[in-house]
Design a protein around this ligand. Structure first.
Ligand SMILES: [Zn+2]
Length: 413
């Protein structure tokens, strides 16, 4: 159905700059993000009359509660959306509304010679007759995740205005720093008080994410020996060359640019060096947990062998896990996934459960004790100037949340 306040609310939110900053040492990473949470989101939630609206300093989250409209207990459901936007220009976002899109034309982005072309972005063809919202060419839109933020607030508004809809207690959280991957680790699961939750931060209607990569990261510090090249024979040890030799022992086909679907990879993200020393940063991704462990073991084995040859620890390895595939945990809680499936189905949506070639806040939260798949929010072409969203997709996202609230009450009666 149509929610008249959703579009104005979304337009208001995207015009507030709340970009996070991975180089910051404060938490949340930027003051503008915290201001957006406290001055905009929190104010809106208080105005609507939600319960327990507050800012949790520890987790950097705005929290709110929708009181139950039933007189029996059901598991407490939560919804989360992140307040920050990605690493792309977010100053003076000027959203453009393209009503009744014909499903085939290019959409010009503001005064710039950039176009949303359905031949390049074929999803556009699915939105004939619908309302497309874009930025104006020089910024991102910020629909990731202001779609989710506006949808959560609209969902709350709708349920507050319709007390005849039967549902249990629902908790909402507006989280920081998702885009820099550090927000979820601060989340206060106990204080939030939900039995399970959903992040609302996904793509087109029907997308349901409950499988993600398992992820690790490692870095190599390599110490060489620098002597004058004229007299270098059997004396110089070139740290750059050691880095190259290491890299060449990894499977050449298992890199991001040659993998897709359920295939994992090793990704060299950064390589800098001199003859004297070199530094390499990698991430490792695999959908299977034992696949991740095998990849980690391979790295250790290569480094150990190379160091043995040098007779000293020329290569220092530091490796750590980042997050795990939530599917392994959710396999024990399929009732949660099924609740979303049931809601999608009853809203007539096709269900797309392709695993995410990345992580979500939910990947960490699930392992912190809050099972947390991800629902669609209507985001398209995230993280750049071609970002757009579709108003009707956002309506659908709210419909799904309302349906899930009802189903959770009915199924647990
Ligand atoms: Zn996002």
């Amino acid at each position: 159905m149509e929610y008249p306040n959703l579009l104005p609310r979304f337009l208001k939110y995207v015009q507030v700059n709340s970009r996070s900053d991975e180089h910051s040492s404060r938490f949340p990473s930027t003051k503008r993000e915290e201001d957006f949470q406290k001055q905009v989101i929190m104010t809106d939630l208080k105005t609507l009359g939600l319960n327990d609206v507050h800012y949790n300093q520890k987790s950097g989250c705005v929290i709110a509660e929708l009181p139950a409209t039933i007189d029996y207990d059901v598991p407490v459901m939560g919804f989360l959306a992140h307040s920050d936007t990605a690493d792309f220009n977010s100053e003076n976002v000027n959203p453009q509304i393209h009503r009744n899109y014909d499903g085939k034309s290019k959409i010009k982005l503001g005064d710039y010679e950039f176009y949303l072309d359905p031949e390049v972005f074929p999803n556009l063809k699915n939105y004939q007759g619908q309302t497309i919202i874009t930025a104006s060419g020089d910024t991102l839109l910020g629909g990731d995740d202001k779609c989710g933020v506006a949808e959560l607030v609209t969902f709350a508004e709708y349920l507050l205005n319709h007390p005849e809809i039967k549902h249990g207690k629902i908790r909402l959280a507006f989280t920081p720093d998702e885009e820099i991957g550090t927000g979820a680790s601060h989340f206060d699961v106990d204080e939030f008080g939900a039995d399970f939750a959903f992040t609302v931060d996904g793509e087109a209607p029907g997308k349901l994410d409950w499988g993600t990569f398992s992820a690790a990261q490692f870095e190599l510090d390599i110490q060489g020996v620098n002597v004058h090249p004229a007299v270098a024979k059997e004396q110089m040890i070139n740290a750059i060359q050691i880095g190259i030799d290491f890299h060449n022992q990894l499977p050449h086909e298992e890199v991001p640019e040659k993998t897709e679907g359920r295939q994992g990879f090793f990704h060299l993200m950064n390589f800098k060096g001199t003859v004297d020393n070199a530094h390499l940063d990698y991430i490792i991704r695999d959908f299977e947990r034992d696949g991740l462990e095998k990849r980690k073991a391979l790295i250790k084995e290569i480094v150990t062998k190379m160091n043995e040859k040098f007779g000293t620890e020329r290569i220092k390895l530091k490796m750590w896990d980042q997050y795990y595939n939530m599917a392994d945990e959710l396999a024990k809680r399929m009732d949660i996934v099924n609740l979303a499936r049931e809601a999608y189905k009853s809203e007539g949506l096709p269900i797309n459960e392709d695993p995410v070639r990345g992580g979500t806040d939910g990947s960490q939260l699930t392992y912190m004790g809050l099972p947390c798949p991800n629902l669609f929010a209507g985001e398209e072409n995230m993280h750049g100037r071609y970002e757009y969203t579709v108003l009707e997709s956002m309506y659908k996202a709210v419909d799904v949340m309302v349906k899930m609230a009802t189903l959770n009450a009915i199924n647990n009666k």
